[in-house]
Design a protein around this ligand. Sequence first.
Ligand code: NAP
Length: 338
Amino acid sequence: MKYRMLGRTGLKVSELCFGAMTFGREASEADSHHMLDQFIEAGGNFIDTADVYTQGVSEEIVGHWLNKKRRSDVVIATKVRFAMGEGLNDVGLTRKHIMDGVQASLHRLNTDYIDLYQVHAWDPQTPIEETLSTLNDLVRKGWVRYIGVSNFRAWQLQKAIYTSRMQGWEVMASLQPQYNLLCRATEFELLPLAEHEGLAVLPWSPLRGGWLSGKFQRGMNQPPANTRIEEAEKQGWGESWSQYNHESTWKVLDALFEVAKQIEKSPAQVALNWLLSHKAVTAPIIGARNMEQLESNLGASGWSLTPNQVAQLNEASHLPVSYPYDEASEQQQQSGRV
Ligand SMILES: NC(=O)c1ccc[n+]([C@@H]2O[C@H](COP(=O)([O-])OP(=O)(O)OC[C@H]3O[C@@H](n4cnc5c(N)ncnc54)[C@H](OP(=O)(O)O)[C@@H]3O)[C@@H](O)[C@H]2O)c1
């Protein structure tokens, strides 16, 4: 396992982060603990969860495991923003919900500090100053070591960074966006912003919930049984079969299988390594429902796709671009002439 800096901070994290969203949902507590042990054994030190994953159960499972470990050996990231109760104020990025949320997360995680506390998404109803000053207070209190965001648009993130900077508050250290071979719009604004501001980038759903895992191939007419994608269809989640059963997806999967065959890696390993090849990416957040999947995904670290293989995947997954992201606009930006 290789290690990278968490953005501009001095914190060293493994280049694969282990996501705990399946804990207590697809994976039992015992299986989740075995997977966490295996991840550490492989050199991983970075774990991502959220209060809302199975309504606190994922954090509890991580907390029970953490109880048996040396706290300083692991970097624990969690999130706040989504509803944790029926109450009017049990949601959002208000001072009230963040203060309630951090205390509940600390309790469930069995720890007295969170390494990376991320806001899970923008809250249009709360002034950003209220959110950012509260996050700053959490760092000053020592409850939180670093702060980050997830699912912000670029203007929202830039506004948050500048507001904190102007006020002398703690500035965001990381961005957790969706980013994978089936979701490359992240490259338009968010990745250049992250590079410019020195933010760590932690892509979520690096296999788009299973679409890039190797179990989907052209010619299928329904998702395999008992998979996330099958469940997504029933629940109306974004990674559902009907959202992705299109020629553009099958074209990406053709290229993924082709490259995987050339180099004798699994499609999942190739899709994860493609993310690692991007200079803005710090650590994709891998997901697994069992040990076999985890072990396979850990095999994405320790080697590199060639530039030609990256180009082949880029070409197959290329999104149509128009102004202000097209080539003419790019040239204009570079030359400084109109
Ligand atoms: N910030 C956010 O809004 C947000 C949103 C989503 C996720 N996340 C974070 O990102 C982490 C990863 O997200 P994700 O679970 O969606 O990741 P993902 O890697 O895109 O999908 C994981 C799923 O793909 C399948 N899979 C994974 N590896 C496989 C393998 N080697 N072989 C076969 N199938 C495999 C499994 O589902 P099946 O076995 O059911 O097919 C697994 O549950 C989460 O744990 C969470 O920490 C954050």
